[in-house]
Write a protein that binds this ligand. Structure first.
Ligand code: KIV
Length: 267
């Protein structure tokens, strides 16, 4: 039996160089993480989308560090191969350098993640450098950064005009120079994502950023059709909401009719 090779920062770098695409998905619980890992997903993100796709909030803003740690610990315990990345929630990394390093460290120590992700461009560079100095790998996140949804005035595509595109280009280089090992590009035009991807040594992971990034991420409950959320960039690989609805409806019918449980299910 050959030992399973854990995906590392170096693996992702090698994949970019070899032109091998990186498959990333979000995960928030033990058994889903185990299934995604066994299916070959390279990176599992314990995203602050847990606030939307699991807790049912309209944004990621209510998510706390404790929530991510709680979910990250389950995911990390389930995984054998994938890299586990934990999202730093709103206001856990932007306030002071000390709190950013401490919060990233807690996510790694208590949540057992292999790396953290944070949102934002140039202004995040000092925070990123200090987190890295503590030995914690950092993934960046540019474009539509959901923690800034109220500043953007909604979940809007970014980088459409020249000024905003320049900001994304420059921020990507700044994050690379600061030491990020990869950058999520969310909701930006495909041409801009291609340009940024070609300009970087580190991998880009797209979501709503077209086909030219080095990898792709989706929110798992969305792509499995569990949340009912649709957007142009999402491909639904299953309709689990319907599958669960049908199964549970049958269960309710059978319990009420006495069809289940039978003697077969009794001790
Ligand atoms: O929190 C999250 O799930 C994310 C992905 C959408 C990239 O940041």
């Amino acid at each position: 039996m050959t030992a399973i090779q854990q995906v590392t920062v170096q693996t992702l770098q090698d994949m970019k160089q070899a032109g091998e695409k990186i498959a990333m998905l979000t995960a928030y619980d033990y058994y889903t993480a185990q299934t995604l890992d066994q299916a070959g997903v390279d990176i599992l993100l314990v995203g602050d989308t847990v606030g939307m796709a699991v807790a049912g909030h309209p944004t990621t803003i209510p998510v706390r560090l404790e929530h991510i740690i709680y979910h990250a610990e389950m995911v990390s315990r389930a995984v054998k191969r994938a890299m586990v990345v934990g999202d730093l929630p709103f206001l856990t990394y932007q306030v002071t350098i000390e709190s950013a390093v401490q919060n990233a460290g807690r996510l790694m120590q208590d949540g057992k993640v292999h790396a953290v992700k944070l949102e934002g461009g140039r202004s995040m560079v000092p925070f990123i450098k200090h987190i890295l100095r503590a030995g914690i790998p950092v993934m960046g996140h540019l474009g539509l950064t959901p923690q800034s949804v109220y500043r953007f005035g909604g979940f809007r595509v970014q980088g459409r005009d020249a000024l905003s595109a320049t900001k994304v280009r420059e921020a990507a280089l700044a994050l690379q120079d600061a030491g990020c090992f990869a950058i999520v590009l969310e909701a930006i035009p495909a041409d801009l994502a291609r340009e940024v991807t070609q300009s970087l040594r580190i991998p880009t992971i797209g979501i709503g950023a077209g086909p030219h990034c080095d990898g792709q991420v989706l929110v798992t409950p969305d792509m499995l059709g569990m949340t009912g959320f649709s957007a142009k960039y999402i491909k639904h690989y299953a309709n689990l909401k319907q599958v669960v609805h049908d199964a549970v409806s049958q269960y309710v019918r059978e319990v009420k009719s006495g069809e289940y449980p039978t003697e077969k299910h009794a001790y």
